[in-house]
Design a protein. Structure first.
Length: 268
């Protein structure tokens, strides 16, 4: 155990001696790497970002106790999963989200960022980076409109069944009213009248409940207007400087190793 610790101390001593002996070379390469990264950061094109937060659409659904509850049209996790697919993006976004005016669905899916904040659970964030703030804002606005259209289409498809059920109930109610008007006189006609009246009351309540579900529907809407940063964002500047610093240090170490090896060869 003591021999292993002694070997580790020797290795650390050799490493410290190596770094100290070649500090000039390593330091020079590190400074050069940092300088190159700074120049590249300065000369990098300006990047502007626009963002928006959107509340997903909600629809009325029957609760377990018969009441009508407000629920998301599409669970947020499912929505995010769907928006990761290029098929979720319409190519009509290309003029708004591409410098050249043309883009594939795969390119749109990569460039537009859609994420979910921690709370609330029905909100999503949309962001896009571009060479100008106007371009970034135009793209985010187009994406918001696309999502709203998709949500409206899903809500309409979800409502089709309810509307068909309302229409069928209204037709049945109209037939019942005609039957009630003609059910007079004998006992069996009175029995038909009472049964038809009860069924008509049930249909009226059913129609009111279905209509209340439609009235509670809420479309997807913005929490606030689309925001575009007036000044360039510099989220990659620190990353470039860090890469330059680490890269310069690594080049310096390799240069010091090469210098030591070359000196060893010359000595021998």
């Amino acid at each position: 155990m003591s021999e292993k610790r002694f070997d580790e101390e020797i290795n650390l001593f050799v490493l410290a001696s190596f770094l100290k002996k070649n500090a000039l070379v390593i330091g020079a390469c590190t400074v050069i790497g940092l300088a190159v990264a700074s120049v590249l950061t300065t000369k990098a094109p300006a990047v502007f970002e626009a963002s928006a937060q959107l509340v997903l659409a909600k629809i009325g659904r029957p609760g377990p106790d018969g009441t009508v509850l407000i629920a998301p049209l599409e669970p947020r996790d499912r929505f995010l999963f769907r928006m990761r697919s290029p098929a979720a993006f319409d190519l009509k976004l290309a003029p708004s989200c591409s410098e050249g005016g043309t883009a594939t669905r795969e390119q749109l899916a990569r460039s537009v960022r859609i994420v979910a904040p921690t709370t609330p659970d029905d909100v999503i964030s949309i962001s896009f980076s571009a060479s100008t703030s106007e371009f970034a804002e135009r793209c985010v606005t187009s994406v918001v409109q696309l999502i709203q259209e998709q949500q409206s289409l899903l809500a309409s498809q979800s409502d089709d069944g309810i509307k068909a059920e309302i229409a069928a109930s209204e037709n049945q109610l109209a037939d019942n009213l005609k039957l009630i008007e003609s059910s007079q006189g004998s006992d069996w006609q009175k029995a038909i009248y009472l049964a038809t009246r009860d069924d008509s009351n049930f249909l009226r309540e059913k129609i009111m409940t279905l209509n209340s579900r439609l009235q509670l529907n809420e479309p997807a809407k913005l929490l606030s207007p689309v925001y575009a940063s007036p000044s360039p964002v510099s989220s990659n500047s620190l990353k470039r400087l860090l890469v330059g610093l680490i890269g310069g240090f690594a080049v310096g170490v390799f240069a010091a190793i090469a210098k030591t090896w070359y000196s060893f060869r010359r000595t021998n």
